[in-house]
Ligand binder design. Structure first.
Ligand SMILES: NC(=O)c1ccc[n+]([C@@H]2O[C@H](COP(=O)([O-])OP(=O)(O)OC[C@H]3O[C@@H](n4cnc5c(N)ncnc54)[C@H](OP(=O)(O)O)[C@@H]3O)[C@@H](O)[C@H]2O)c1
Length: 155
């Protein structure tokens, strides 16, 4: 889904900054668009959030008509009862699915505060954030957390 959104967003006048663990060679530059691909593991945002904040801080806010942060990455931990789940699987699903979106959103809002541009945060949730599913506790919890975090943010 991230690749499909990036492809559609790579239009004239747009800058698309993609963050994932691997670069996506299928993304090709369109005339008049700018493409950046940063390799980071969202399970470890210690270096990423200052990098994003610093990059945004170097932009001329008045040059942007709008700025949107899309939280897309999600992780389905190994499917099984919580009692048999790996601690690192649970932590990874919550870090990538909930902690990283919250920290990146905070950095994005801090760095773009005062920009006249329309600022938006779009987070990709799942029906499983609202409907519980057996053996999917970490994913369901991350998505439910994302939904409620988004409601708080809207307020
Ligand atoms: N597919 C569905 O049926 C479905 C249904 C409901 C909701 N969703 C939600 O929609 C979103 C996209 O799902 P999808 O099916 O398109 O997923 P996907 O095909 O597995 O793609 C996940 C993307 O996230 C990146 N990613 C995963 N773990 C990462 C990490 N630790 N650090 C950095 N980047 C990471 C991956 O890039 P790298 O591997 O290069 O890091 C990839 O670009 C997710 O939030 C998912 O929960 C999906």
């Amino acid at each position: 889904m991230g690749l499909a959104m990036a492809r559609q967003l790579l239009a004239e006048g747009h800058t698309v900054l993609c963050i994932s663990r691997t670069e996506q060679p299928a993304l090709s530059l369109q005339a008049g668009a700018a493409l950046l691909q940063w390799r980071h593991d969202l399970a470890d945002t210690a270096a990423l959030t200052p990098r994003l904040e610093s990059w945004l801080g170097k932009q001329v806010g008045t040059a942007w008509a709008s700025a949107t942060l899309i939280n897309n990455a999600g992780v389905i931990a190994r499917i099984g009862p919580l009692s048999q789940s790996d601690a690192s699987d649970i932590a990874g699903a919550l870090r990538v699915g909930l902690e990283a979106p919250m920290l990146l959103t905070a950095a994005f809002l801090r760095a773009t505060e005062g920009w006249p541009a329309r600022r938006r945060v779009l987070s990709i949730s799942s029906g499983l954030g609202r409907r519980p599913m057996a053996s999917q506790a970490a994913y369901c919890a991350a998505k439910a957390g994302m939904d409620h975090f988004t409601r708080c943010l809207a307020l």
